[in-house]
Design a protein. Structure first.
Length: 574
């Protein structure tokens, strides 16, 4: 067997011996700095000390976030469900854990899978707050070229990306919105289960929604066998779909893999919400247009009874009239094109509406928005449902020397990021369509104008959540525009006065609507009420009944949530 040559580097020895003989030369700045750095690296009191805290910038992690990171690293060995209630900073906790593993040299590559709308937000947070060189995945070749990738789970599970992901071993996998993995028969669950990973973090505020088996599937994905086989789990822990047995034992097993912080634990107090309804009086010309379209829609519905879907564009037109003349014009133009190739052959009713539209010269709602923005004299985000209204507001604000930027779904990722940066550093106003309702954090702003209110309550809360969230230091003020004596005023009354939408606990709204059977078609149900009612009085009665149904469903949901919390309580106690 041949011996391998061994070479010893002795270039340092002469200087070392010389310094020893002369007892000098030790106090150069470079050597002192190296000695100090070596001492600091060795000075770690215990394994639970987080070295990553030296690297976070621009914010101070909260005590419960630091404790969560320590517990995941120490007790859970890097495999955990982070199940904090919405708004308590699961992203921060995941960032701390990832950074700590990187500092300790235990993680060199990581994949963060999130909804597509959150890719940029996650990338920005990891880069800015933790100095983690995360990159948003855009092209197929990027899977092999970057060590820290943030990607859409929907993209990752599709070919040709799927094979790239499954062929690579990841030191750490983070999955946001992990409740979407609750069903093991879905492609999402099977895809995550096939991935090769050393550490795993699953983030979800609702680890149990409708069924105890959802919790079993998440825990099994994280640590197979932790809750036994499916049959033994059913026998030992399941008394009914939502009813557990042997609760203390189940809670102890769940405690080994799940951490749940709640607002009621006193970890953090959120700032207040101040909600105001701003009533807008239409001009005579705007009123004539609104009444004309309302009458036209009811006549069309009577002649096509029951065919609600065929009237959706007309109902949209009625909503757009409450927004702006510009928004209504676009829909009316589409109706023209659908009815005929030439204006001369249109029905007298449609020509009449076109004439009413042309008669509107001033727009009361736009003027009210300008007045309010000047009065606020601070950063404000304006939400509108319609692109045409967005363009109109941008023009009107700029004409009054108010710097405003747009934000909408059609923008590429980097342009969205650019618009957010300009809004934070230079512009007073951001005018956003519904794309601004998710995937962007704007805690530096604390004023919202709901120029148009969506009819789906879940989207209302998504809007508010852009600024009223962890990191917001000021009270948040919400202004809801309502054009008087219109369908818009009815919807504002339902959302604000009747079901108190603006103070309902975040994350419960979708569950309440599901309980009512309205999660998928809440807007169509509202449309039907508005069309089928003979007058405003009947509309009010029907909406009142809907509000009562919401309150009843809300009470049931909160009762169910309390029962689930009994099972998950104690996940932070020893």
């Amino acid at each position: 067997m041949e011996s391998l040559p061994i070479r010893v580097d002795r270039t340092w020895l002469n200087d070392f011996l010389k310094n020893m003989e002369q007892e000098s030369g030790w106090s150069t700045w470079e050597r002192y700095r190296l000695a100090l750095e070596a001492a600091e690296l060795q000075c770690i009191p215990d394994f639970d000390t987080l070295r990553c805290l030296e690297y976070v910038t621009g914010f101070e992690p909260l005590p419960h976030q630091i404790e969560t990171a320590q517990k995941v690293l120490g007790q859970m060995k890097g495999r955990a469900i982070l199940a904090d209630e919405v708004g308590l900073g699961k992203t921060i906790e995941a960032g701390l854990i990832l950074k700590e593993y990187m500092v300790r040299g235990l993680v060199k590559n990581a994949l963060i899978l999130v909804p597509s709308s959150l890719v940029l937000q996650w990338t920005r947070e990891l880069n800015q707050k933790f100095q983690i060189p995360a990159t948003p995945q855009k092209k197929e070749w990027m899977w092999d070229q970057y060590d820290i990738l943030v990607a859409s789970i929907d993209t990752a599970k599709r070919d040709p990306h799927r094979s790239k992901v499954l062929n690579r071993h990841y030191d750490l996998l983070i999955v946001d919105e992990a409740h979407k993995l609750k069903n093991r028969r879905t492609k999402n669950w099977q895809f995550i289960n096939e991935m090769k990973k050393k550490y795993t973090l699953l983030l979800t505020a609702t680890p149990i929604q409708n069924d105890l088996h959802e919790l079993y599937n998440l825990v099994t994905l994280l640590k197979p066998g932790q809750l036994g086989q499916q049959t033994s789990f059913n026998t030992t822990y399941v008394a009914g779909k939502r009813k557990p047995k042997n609760e203390d034992q189940l809670r102890e097993e769940v405690h080994r893999v799940m951490i749940r912080n709640k607002r009621s634990d006193g970890h953090i107090s959120f700032t207040k919400r101040h909600v105001h309804t701003v009533r807008v009086t239409l001009s005579p010309e705007e009123r004539a247009l609104y009444e004309g379209i309302t009458q036209f829609i009811r006549e069309q519905y009577q002649s096509n009874r029951g065919q609600l879907k065929s009237l959706l564009s007309l109902i949209t037109l009625q909503r757009e009239v409450c927004s702006s003349r510009d928004a209504a014009f676009h829909t009316l133009f589409k109706l023209f094109k659908r009815e005929s190739d030439g204006l001369e052959s249109l029905s007298p009713e449609v020509l009449h509406l076109a004439g009413l539209l042309r008669a509107v010269q001033t727009q009361s709602k736009v003027n009210e928005a300008l007045r309010l923005v000047k009065e606020i004299n601070d950063k404000v985000i304006i939400f509108t449902e319609y692109r045409a209204t967005q363009d109109l507001l941008i023009r009107a604000l700029n004409e009054h020397n108010i710097y405003a930027v747009p934000y909408r779904g059609g923008f590429a990722r980097n342009k969205k990021d650019w618009m957010r940066e300009i809004f934070q550093t230079r512009a007073q106003v951001m005018v956003a369509t519904e794309a601004g309702g998710e995937g962007i954090n704007l805690q530096f702003c604390h004023h919202i104008i709901n120029y148009d209110l969506p009819w789906n309550p879940m989207r209302v809360e998504q809007r508010i959540g852009r600024i009223h969230r962890l990191g917001q230091s000021e009270d948040v003020t919400i202004f809801n525009f309502a054009t008087e004596n219109t369908i818009e005023e009815h919807i504002v009354w339902l959302l604000h006065e009747k079901i108190d939408m603006f103070r309902t606990v975040i994350g419960e709204v979708d569950t309440i609507l599901e309980k009512m059977g309205l999660k998928e078609d809440v807007e169509q149900n509202l449309m039907r009420i508005l069309i089928e009612s003979k007058d405003d009085q009947e509309i009010q009665v029907q909406l009142d009944k809907l509000g009562d149904q919401f309150a009843s469903a809300e009470e049931q949901v909160r009762t169910e949530i309390e029962k689930r919390e009994v099972l998950m309580d104690g996940t932070q106690s020893s």
